[in-house]
Write a protein that binds this ligand. Sequence first.
Ligand SMILES: Nc1ncnc2c1ncn2[C@@H]1O[C@H](COP(=O)(O)OP(=O)(O)O)[C@@H](O)[C@H]1O
Ligand SMILES: [Mg+2]
Length: 223
Amino acid sequence: MSGAVVRLDRVALDVGAQKVLRGISLAIPRGGFRWLLGPSGAGKTSLLRLLHLELRPSEGRLELLGRDVGAAPRAALPQLRRRIGMVFQDFRLLPHLSAFDNVALPLRLAGRPEGQIQADVGEMLAWVGLRGRIHCHPAELSGGEQQRVAIARAVINRPDLLLADEPTGNLDDTQAQRLMLLLGELSRLGTTIVVATHNDTIVARHPAPAVRLAEGRLVNADA
Ligand SMILES: Nc1ncnc2c1ncn2[C@@H]1O[C@H](COP(=O)(O)OP(=O)(O)O)[C@@H](O)[C@H]1O
Ligand SMILES: [Mg+2]
């Protein structure tokens, strides 16, 4: 075992005929924070999907949370995935569930007692400024509100690895700053975090090592 929460060794990803990622090697330690940067089409979302176990590398070795993903039996992946939180760019909230129930879902799947769920989810939704909106369904929420529900859902289970795809895309400046406070706190508690973004302002305000992609290749890592 390498000790890194995320380790890629010469990873490549093909989607159909397209070479989406090429020669990606990087390692991120426990509690590490990385910006994931690069122009549109560079491969940021694809890299996050690899780290979220939605895709498997076409070549190379991917190790997550100490496990060699390529060597792990398929049956072992759901358990690994439960330790990974993802904020999707398009939110992917369940439309028939309220904001509260969307955020509660990971805790319910983990079999947490309902009393604890009520307290934790209420507190988290209040923290992201949605105390008055907990009973709303996604269709009744603005883009920014849906994004904050998606963030709350991704972090409610204290994942070991948190992935976020353009998580400030629909947030105003104050909300984006609040998200960064939350991520900083999680990172200090030991969560490893990767955030893909185009938000230059927030990157400038929160200097951290960056993984930079261009045309599916690493420009530099751990800068
Ligand atoms: N499912 C897919 N089918 C076809 N092409 C894809 C698919 N996913 C990604 N790609 C291609 O891979 C490249 C990288 O895309 P993506 O990872 O979304 O980049 P980014 O998030 O940096 O904008 C793009 O050229 C995109 O068209
Ligand atoms: Mg993308």
